[in-house]
Design a binder for this molecule. Structure first.
Ligand code: GDP
Length: 365
């Protein structure tokens, strides 16, 4: 399963946010494929469509889809020098598929800031620099391997050498790989290097609880937005403290509290949705009388692989995917009417599943 790692300097609110994640926690019985590890929190993906489908079908059970956040421990500063806990930090980042970078934007004189003052850009640069240095090492090693061949005019090696040199130059200017431009062909090679600064990233600004409604007037948030824009990265504003309070509530209580705060959606829910997108994930649904359920798939997969997410037998014996789009089904009001309207398609093994598809798989056992 894909996972997003939560990183940040000490005292920025990571643990507070991670605790909110585990509090809000999904019932792990529904998600046997998820990791059981104190550093992993399973979150359910909020999806209005699932509620609508439940109203429509009236099943015995409704199960949202879920994914994992990993709390990344270890020491940041000096990590690229490869010592102890720092090394651990880098190897944890290597294992995640996307990064949620938490930065402190709240003022609180009682809580020490590791570098003395609240300065989110300097915080971001501190972590990014360690990652860039680790990538620089990766790339330098590679260069040593291809350099000689490139000098002997080996075509492959020359292409590699060019790309690696461009990366190296960028890293030396302290640019992350994700903001260095490459052609599509070059990008295929770059992806194969599994660089830390190539991983998709979003920034989470942790603001004071009284700033939540007017976060845009927080100058730190503005600075993070400007920084993120250079990398085309998204910024999510939260108050970790408020999130830990919201996480204790459910259903109506939660809605009432959000209303009191004057926000339509909790920061955590926004973060979950944004991270889901960042990971390149999308949702299809199954809707039967027993159970209405959301399933996560990686964008771009074909119908048999999508079936395999439910059960390997579904993939092995795949015949057809009876598919209707969520919008068509809701407009029709029932599966019967959607069928009459010819909106339920019989898709074969080459069909690329789309976000919002409601699917009934037919398969041989
Ligand atoms: P971590 O080291 O990044 O995991 O940070 P923690 O989550 O442990 O938070 C460090 C301290 O900052 C704790 O005492 C938290 O209660 C406090 N803290 C976290 N978020 C906020 C916030 O939004 N406002 C204020 N005032 N304090 C916060």
């Amino acid at each position: 399963a894909l996972t997003a790692g939560i990183v940040g300097l000490p005292n920025v609110g990571k643990s507070t946010l991670f605790n909110a994640i585990t509090q809000a926690g999904a019932e792990s019985a529904n998600y046997p494929f998820c990791t059981i590890d104190p550093n992993v929190g399973i979150v359910e993906v909020p999806d209005e469509r699932l509620n609508k489908l439940t109203e429509l079908v009236n099943p015995k059970k409704t199960i949202p889809t879920a994914f994992e956040f990993t709390d990344i421990a270890g020491i940041v500063k000096g990590a690229s020098k490869g010592e102890g806990l720092g090394n651990q930090f880098l190897s944890h980042i290597r294992q995640v598929d996307a990064i949620c970078h938490v930065v402190r934007c709240f003022q609180d004189d009682n809580i020490t800031h590791v570098s003395g003052t609240v300065d989110p850009i300097s915080d971001i640069e501190t972590i990014n620099l360690e990652l860039i240095l680790a990538d620089l090492e990766t790339v330098t090693k590679r260069i040593q391997r291809v350099e000689k061949m490139a000098r002997q005019k080996d075509k492959e090696a020359m292409i590699e050498f060019d790309i690696l040199s461009k990366l190296k130059d960028g890293f030396e200017e302290e640019k992350p790989a994700r903001s260095i431009e490459f052609t599509d062909d070059q990008m295929k090679y770059v992806k194969g290097l599994h660089l830390l600064t190539q991983k998709p990233i979003l920034y989470v600004t942790n603001v004071g609880e009284d700033e939540l409604l007017d976060a845009e007037s927080n100058e730190h948030v503005q600075k993070v937005r400007d920084y993120a824009e250079q990398e085309s990265a998204e910024v999510i504003v939260i108050s970790a403290k408020v999130e830990s309070e919201i996480a204790e509530l459910e259903g109506e209580e939660k809605e009432m509290f959000l209303e009191e705060l004057g926000i339509p959606e909790s920061g955590l829910d926004q973060l979950i949705k944004a991270t889901y997108n960042l990971l390149g994930l999308a949702t299809y649904f199954t809707a039967g009388e027993q159970e209405v359920r959301a399933w996560t798939f990686r964008k771009g997969i074909k119908a048999p692989q999508a079936a395999g997410i439910i059960h390997t037998d579904f993939e092995r014996g795949f015949i057809r995917a009876e598919t209707v789009s969520y919008d068509d089904l809701v407009n029709a009001g029932s599966m019967g009417v959607a069928k009459e309207r010819g909106q339920v398609r019989l898709e074969g093994k080459d069909y690329t599943v789309k976000d919002g598809d409601v699917i009934h798989f037919r398969f041989n056992v």
